[in-house]
Design a protein around this ligand. Structure first.
Ligand code: DER
Length: 223
């Protein structure tokens, strides 16, 4: 499975004594499993979602977990992405964990991104909406401000597991915005000027990221 191949490649970057940011999503889940199986034991882990936290406990790494406020630095963060351009602008957030992911991914000294090759795109967004985490109380007016300023379609993300909107690990809602054209990375900052916007799924500030890509034939390359 390509995600497993990517995960095992990422474990090679993990050294004894490191503080490691655990991303969220199906690829990041494979990394947590690979870390438990092949990684050094004496690491400190900071999870970016309840999902990653629960998995770390499930695979026997629960005693290594710390909340972000309990660590001085993060040596390396390993995460997936929904889309990635060759100049390392990422689209993330389909898993709804974008806020804590961005905090950890931007804080980390090194940032490793794991994607299958179909996720490497010319521009973002190519096939996914842009997730925007918002204060629940303001969601309707944030959606209207986005549409009025930038066009496209902005929808409140509904929860597949219960009636009503998705509520993030931080108690917020997510608006999925489908712009009518590819966006400029500068929108990452512009969108946050709208009162009520907490964070966006545009990750354009880690151009130093190490992006590990898995081809269909299971070979990997890095850029
Ligand atoms: O939601 C997220 O930000 C995830 O990291 C997502 O971008 C990648 O999830 P996947 O590994 O399940 O495709």
């Amino acid at each position: 499975m390509l995600k497993t191949i990517l995960a095992r490649e990422a474990v090679k970057y993990i050294e004894s004594g490191m503080t490691v940011g655990l991303g969220s999503g199906t690829t990041a889940r494979e990394f947590v499993k690979a870390l438990a199986e092949f990684g050094p034991r004496d690491v400190v882990l900071v999870a970016t979602s309840i999902d990653s936290e629960l998995l770390a406990i499930e695979v026997g790494l629960g005693d290594r977990l710390r909340p972000l406020w309990a660590v001085e630095t993060i040596d390396i963060a390993v995460d997936g992405a929904d889309e990635a351009t060759r100049d390392k602008v990422l689209l993330k957030g389909r898993g709804g964990a974008l806020l804590r992911e961005k905090i950890v991914d931007y804080l980390a000294r090194r940032f490793v991104v794991l994607v299958e090759e179909y996720k490497v795109v010319q521009y973002i967004p190519t096939r996914n909406p842009i997730p925007i985490e918002v204060v629940p109380w303001a969601w309707r007016h944030v959606a209207k401000a986005i549409k009025d300023r930038y066009g496209g379609v902005a929808k409140l993300r509904q929860d597949g597991g219960k009636l009503g909107p998705v509520v993030t690990d931080n108690g917020n809602y997510i608006i999925d915005w489908e712009p009518s054209a590819p966006i400029q990375p500068s929108l990452e900052d512009e969108l946050k000027l709208i009162p009520g916007v907490v964070e966006t799924g545009i990750f354009s500030k880690r151009r130093d990221a190490i992006v590990i890509v898995a081809r269909e034939n299971s070979s990997v390359y890095t850029f």
